[in-house]
Design a protein around this ligand. Sequence first.
Ligand code: AMP
Ligand code: MG
Length: 341
Amino acid sequence: MEEKEMETKRIIPNQAGYKQAGDLLANGGIVAMPTETVYGLAASAYDDAAIARVFAAKGRPQDNPLIVHIADLSMLPWVTSQVSEQAKRCAEAFWPGPFTMVLPKGERIADSVCAGLDSVGVRMPSSQIARELIRAAGLPLAAPSANRSGLPSPISADHVLRDLDGSIDAVLMGPRCEVGVESTVISLTAHPPRLLRPGAVTLEQLKTVLPDIEVDPAVLDRPKEGEQVASPGMKYKHYAPKATLIMVEGDREQYCRYVNEQADGVAVCFKEDVDRLGVPVYCYGASDDGRTQAYALFEVLRRLDEDRIEKAYLHAPGQTGVSLAVYNRAIRSCGYRKVVL
Ligand code: AMP
Ligand code: MG
């Protein structure tokens, strides 16, 4: 069911603003907040009715669980029933930051947050604004990305308003997100531990703490029809602009030649190749720098729609470091369409 049109408040992140937004959340409200990864749509993780409003505003499938955000380690026992030595080591290494652990679900967490699973995804963001808001609410906050389900994630307050103005109570008007793609998600309820979604905390970094971590097959490929997936979110069409996006895998020379031969689209390319292409270009970072790719990807995908582009050829990023996260989002944005040169 669609949420009824309402006035969405624009709240400045200062002391008065945190109090106003925190009170909204404590009273069943839903508020978009900046984090270092993407903007999140927050609600009390204890409040089933508020969580139902989050799913409705986003049009999110009910079986896709939400990540719960905490401000500091003292809140961890509010969210999970059991903190293993392994979880402690990961928290020490990667929190606060773009890193989510799936842990045994705490009793007070609303069932709808976890989509009926007995586990919960938990993250402590490094964004000071997000943590001030969590403290002001005095609650763990469940927060999926603050976009309409299926569209590219929002990395600015403006993106949030384009998708959700009139459907949510407020937006905390923070800065553009620094990372630009969602958090790394690992499961510690799986043995050995499993990477469910790559992010800015890289597989290489994870291996320093969890040497036996395995990569879920859904990170790189389309989950098979009817197959059980460890992270329900992985099975949905995701991050997709209206344009038909095609991933092109090959070296720089091959990519440029291929795109120049196609008369019908634009290039979503790396900055080194901007001058070698005879079609309109949308640059998403440097070919050897995953951080710059992550920073730019969702903004570029949204610009394709603003410019009413119908077809675009995206140069495939690598699959190491932060580029693994970029590849994971990009291949979904392409609906798994890929040309290998
Ligand atoms: P989003 O909130 O849009 O960033 O998506 C959250 C991601 O975390 C989705 O891919 C979910 O499937 C995954 N996730 C959250 N909680 C769990 C959980 N308890 N078990 C497995 N995956 C989870
Ligand atoms: Mg999302």
